[in-house]
Ligand binder design. Sequence first.
Ligand code: GLN
Length: 192
Amino acid sequence: MRIGILCLQGDFAEHSQTTLAAAYRLNTPCTVVPVRAKEHLEGLDGLIIPGGESTTIGKLLVRNGMVAGISKIPKIFGTCAGAIMLAKRVEGAIPGQHFLSLMDIGVKRNAYGSQSSSFQMRLKTELGDVDAAFIRAPTINFMGQNVKPLAYKDGEVVAAYEQVGDKHYLACTFHPELSTTLFHEFFLLLGK
Ligand code: GLN
């Protein structure tokens, strides 16, 4: 399996390590491909869009002509800023902000406040209990009919999954790549 990690901005190094650790746990052969240009999207089975800053990631995706290529990828996992990039509706976007708009969720950017309001907590999820870091995180405030919630915090959805035809989208508002392989294992198994 070839899994691309979008390496334009954000915590892509952590995602690379956690993807390899998840593949090892699943005993699944997996090649992690750093993705910086549209040529790197060819032949990928999946793409991970890391946390970081969605305004910057969007600008760089457009500048590098990568938006159309990304929409053809069979499965995409977005964490935090990556989840914002996937969402069809975004509250708190800056004027002219670019998105991929592939997953039928609505998100609210910076829903818990500024960087200093970031926090970590033990979270029960459908995949198991995890330590979840919320770093200038969004919330998921809308889910389309086919979207399945995977975790809640105080009644709000913080992780979700959607299958759209033969495509799969996974979004987390927190950063599983920092503390667990569970979400990466789930992602690697999608479509298998
Ligand atoms: N607040 C950031 C944004 O809107 C996301 C933060 C993160 O990815 N940790 O892009």
